[in-house]
Design a protein around this ligand. Sequence first.
Ligand code: NAD
Length: 495
Amino acid sequence: MTTVEHKVETFDSLNPATDEIVGTYPVHTAQDVADAVARARNASAWWQSLGFAGRTERLQRWKGTMTRRAPQLAEVVHQETGKPHADAMLEIILAIDHTAWVAKNARKVLGPKRRSSGLLMANQAATVEYQPLGVVGVIGPWNYPVFTPMGSIVYALAAGNAVVFKPSEYTPGVGKWLVDSFAEAVPEHPVFQLITGFGATGAALCRSGVDKVAFTGSAATGRKIMAACAENLTPVLIEAGGKDALLVDEDADVEAAADAAVWGGMSNAGQTCVGVERVYVHEKVYDAFVAATVAKAKGVRAGGDADAQIGPITMPAQLDIIRKHISDAIARGGKALVGGVDAVGDRFVQPTVLVDVPEDSVAVREETFGPTLTIAKVKDMEEAVAKANDSRYGLGATVFAKRRGMELARRLRSGMTAVNSVISFAGIPSLPFGGVGDSGFGRIHGEDGLKEFTRAKAIARQRFRAPITLTTFTRTEKTDATVAKLITLLHGKRK
Ligand code: NAD
């Protein structure tokens, strides 16, 4: 008998600040993925049988573990993405808060609810409840490796699904930490599993027959995910990139707006899906805003040391894109008031503030994903809204205004808008999060985020036999005439 030895292919996770190897992980094959999904299917039956109360108790246990060991998880995030420890803590804290919210609210949002059965069906008791889909595949990015996938993972779990998670190939260690800590809280069955690898492993998950795929990443990959999922008619949730705008009205608090622009654009080295990338400022406050932004941006430094406010660019290939956006903007008449092409180094990019950049240049149209901002002067907020909305993306947005904040927020073509603060919507667990256009569709977070991982189940239970029964062949002409009269009385009024 010959034994065939299968050599497991592996890949290394590197520290982007130093290129040191942080960990080595298997490149899971389509068969590995199929096996994980089969295990998840069994586990999901058990997880569903626990009901809301049993799942809540276990999610709270997991939340406790994450909270107590948050610094340890932050260290893994720091090593794999390069982001400062404090920023890693911030995304972990937000993820913990979301976990607390779903644990508390899943039953209220998804449990059985009575609905009015209407006059024609008054003899029926109508109920709706939101049942789990079964197994959900989650494919995550590297930029917020805890907060972003957890927006799908904990909502899918709380709704009663098992989850198979493929983290980004840049942050497999963070995925492993999450799955291992969950297994401590829920040791009985593999309700939440990890698969690791590159795009092909993700594509295998899309084709594996899972009941839904929740994807967060670039719009280009989102298209491939949809194509792969189409083969089995697997539904998808797409959380893709953005080119978020910040609007500054003439009556805005200019200092606060500049602070929001600099933090919104440059924190996490600009690698934030809902980060500020473009700014449109009313001409009356333009000069003051630019001066404040430049002063603040000059105080931000990228580096690998503990004092640097922002870390390296996690994905080396992104450096070329950032360089191209800046050089193209300058070649087309733009001016760098802070930074410039030289701000792009081998690993780190220093803050860059660009003005006078043509609206049709890549720095204004494409996702830069670096610590850069373009600032444009507008004559009024109509022009600001029109320019902000002239984008194939529509993820988040920000408005700084006293009088017209809510009005402008409503008119922006984006899934979320913050008024007089920045990215605040992401930290409010009860608010839905998701995009428009190339930023994707479907919603994570909040009630909508829970329902995203369920199917609505409608039940009509007859309470008593109705005097007029419509669903029978023994229906008489008299019945039809009575119903016609009734419907005219109910709905036939001219006004
Ligand atoms: P990416 O699209 O390169 O990769 C995302 C994930 O998809 C990774 O796990 C990757 O391995 C996997 N993948 C790649 N090819 C695949 C394929 N053919 N089939 C299945 N899976 C495949 O994105 P990224 O660089 O990791 O993340 C950055 C992007 O994510 C940015 O565009 C950012 O704006 C976006 N993002 C969006 C949100 C949001 O909530 N909307 C949040 C964070 C990041």
